[in-house]
Design a protein around this ligand. Structure first.
Ligand code: PNS
Length: 164
């Protein structure tokens, strides 16, 4: 049997948004399986901890056959190699994403030339959407239900109910 074509879609997912989901669905048109890789960076403060971020992804994508949720610490290319994959998927929303994404793709290729990065463009209705803005809008009292999956909306409500 042919080896399944797989790609790694890495990110912070703090939190998962409908823009990420759109990219995953587009990725599934190109690959048999997408490994969603959640970064744990000990130097960064997240709103949702690693378990919560993995939980929201697993609830949004309960069937691991084509969408597997995993996590990593350290270099992305080391994780990609460990999973025996050679393609990284990233979303490109706008020109403003390009510079940093281009730099990361080239740096990852410099460290590990066998790994390619491909960029997928989300629906234009998500081109303005980011985890950072979702958090900001929610914290300032706005509604984000149309921007995130139900599980994230629920988890945001739970988290902020606990906070003063
Ligand atoms: O969702 P994000 O925060 O835009 O994702 C960024 C991510 C996780 C793809 C990037 O920060 C990353 O790959 N971090 C792992 C550390 C690493 O490999 N650094 C060198 C990349 S050039």
């Amino acid at each position: 049997m042919n080896k399944k074509s797989m790609a790694v879609y890495p990110g912070s997912y703090d939190p998962l948004t409908n823009g990420h989901i759109d990219i995953i669905q587009r990725g599934l048109k190109l690959f048999d399986k997408i490994i969603v890789a959640v970064l744990k960076n000990p130097d960064k403060t997240y709103l949702f901890d690693l378990d919560e971020r993995c939980h929201m992804l697993r609830e949004a994508f309960p069937d691991p056959a084509r969408i597997e949720v995993d996590h990593f610490e350290g270099l992305l290319v080391d994780f990609v190699k460990r999973r025996d994959v050679t393609t990284i998927v990233r979303g490109l929303r706008a020109i403003s994403d390009f510079e940093i994404e281009f730099q990361m793709a080239l740096m990852n290729r410099k460290i590990e030339p066998r790994i390619e990065t491909i960029f997928l463009v989300p629906s234009e209705s998500y081109s303005f959407l980011s985890s950072k803005l979702v958090k900001e809008i929610y914290m300032l009292g706005g509604e984000v239900g149309s921007m995130v999956p139900d599980v994230v909306d629920r988890m945001l409500k739970e988290k902020f109910r606990r906070r003063p």
